[in-house]
Design a protein around this ligand. Structure first.
Ligand SMILES: CC(C)(COP(=O)(O)OP(=O)(O)OC[C@H]1O[C@@H](n2cnc3c(N)ncnc32)[C@H](O)[C@@H]1OP(=O)(O)O)[C@@H](O)C(=O)NCCC(=O)NCCS
Length: 255
């Protein structure tokens, strides 16, 4: 039975444990040749196979069905692998995230919404140190979801021979240090772009905040408040000018 604490809700989604009755929804989306192979697994051939996947692979504490609140349909899956199960050489208190969304629901921000919620859960409830994720080089949409959620490209590539197409297609390895994670789900989208896009005007500031341990940032009223040694130095907004509270070398990075 699903425990209350296993359910994660967002504006549009409910992340919950898989149930055997989800087999039809799973087959509907997982039989699509544009879904599984991008994540390294073959399309499902029939509902029986989908049911077996639910029973054998999805019935655990690390895997969630992604249910669309509006229709109550299961449209995807998200979860994490622990040390020893991961595609990547992770440490004991790390986890590797994986996900997929059914094709009719792509490019509506749903995976980003699910991943942000999962990151929050991993930080607050699981206390992992680092989250890892990877994507095939020919699957930039997945990399984009990771970047939007704060993952950084480690520059490392790998081959995962146990994945479908994994022997020939390298994966990019992405990393998110949860100690420095800033939840941007409530942040103004203009500001998110200015901070997180490599050509954004605050990109250097964003990088510095994540590197420098004396700096801390929180999102409040959709703006980013940055502190050095617990003293507020600057507030960045999506459209308004930056508000400098006190002189700091970080302010020199405003373009
Ligand atoms: C990858 C996947 C999960 C993304 O789900 P989604 O709900 O469409 O993701 P979102 O809408 O939150 O974000 C998608 C982003 O990718 C971008 N994108 C889409 N196609 C792209 C492409 N060909 N190149 C670059 N970016 C692309 C979108 O524009 C969007 O970014 P934006 O918000 O900056 O515009 C979904 O496509 C999927 O399930 N694919 C098949 C399985 C898979 O790849 N799983 C991940 C394995 S690592």
């Amino acid at each position: 039975m699903t425990k209350e604490s296993d359910i994660i809700t967002t504006d549009r989604l409910i992340l919950r444990r898989w149930e055997e009755s989800d087999a039809d929804d799973l087959f509907k989306y997982a039989s699509d040749p544009d879904v599984g192979p991008h994540a390294g697994w073959p399309p499902h051939k029939n509902t029986e196979e989908s049911l077996k996947v639910i029973q054998d692979l999805f019935s655990n504490n690390c895997t969630w069905a992604i249910e669309l609140k509006e229709t109550k349909e299961v449209i995807g899956c998200i979860g994490y692998y622990l040390f020893g199960m991961s595609n990547i050489d992770i440490r004991e208190n790390d986890a590797e995230i994986g996900y997929w969304i059914g094709k009719p629901h792509w490019n509506k921000g749903l995976c980003t919404e699910a991943l942000q919620a999962m990151i929050h859960y991993c930080k607050e409830k699981k206390n992992f140190d680092v989250l890892w994720a990877d994507f095939f080089v020919n699957n930039p949409a997945s990399g984009r979801v990771m970047v939007k959620c704060g993952f950084e490209d480690t520059g490392m590539m790998n081959y995962c021979s146990h994945l479908m197409h994994g022997e020939n297609t390298p994966i990019h390895i992405m990393r998110l240090n949860l100690a420095k994670y800033i939840d941007t789900s409530e942040m103004c989208s203009h500001l998110r772009k200015k901070l997180m896009e490599p050509d954004g005007i605050y990109f250097q500031i964003w990088q510095t905040v994540k590197r420098d341990d004396s700096l801390k940032a929180v999102v409040r009223n959709r703006q980013l408040h940055i502190y050095r040694d617990d003293k507020k130095i600057i507030v960045l907004a999506g459209k308004a000018q930056p508000k400098v509270i006190r002189d700091d070398e970080l302010c020199n990075l405003i373009r």
